[in-house]
Design a protein. Structure first.
Length: 117
């Protein structure tokens, strides 16, 4: 499975931004897709994920109520709608996929999100 993110950019605090991730290849094997981010000097952290078939989603506490993950099952797309952005949301955002339930094994190249205050 190959993943390609798009939609990053420079925004101001309080703005919204939507990231997209296109999955290709053997997408029938997908169990879940999700988003991670990595701020400068910090480790990569989980933002949220969605079970591919059922559509159930989960979020990190830091983004609950502000970010929403959705998917288009037939287009093999996953989206991250980010509202009320804060400077601490700045980082490289990575799309990821699980083929088996226990491991995020597939990764995109990342897209930069910069939130200026």
């Amino acid at each position: 499975v190959q993943l390609v993110e798009s939609g990053g950019g420079l925004v101001q605090a309080g703005d919204s931004l939507r990231l997209s991730c296109a999955a290709s290849g053997d997408t029938l094997r997908l169990y879940a897709m999700g988003w991670f981010r990595q701020a400068p000097g910090k480790e990569r952290e989980y933002v949220g994920g969605i079970v591919w078939s059922a559509g159930a989603s989960s979020y990190a506490d830091s983004v609950k109520g502000r970010f929403t993950i959705s998917r288009d099952y037939y287009k093999n797309m996953v989206y991250l709608q980010m509202n009320s952005l804060k400077s601490e949301d700045t980082g490289i955002y990575y799309c990821a996929a699980k083929i088996i339930k226990t491991s995020w094994s597939e990764w995109g190249q990342g897209t930069q999100v910069t939130v200026s205050s």
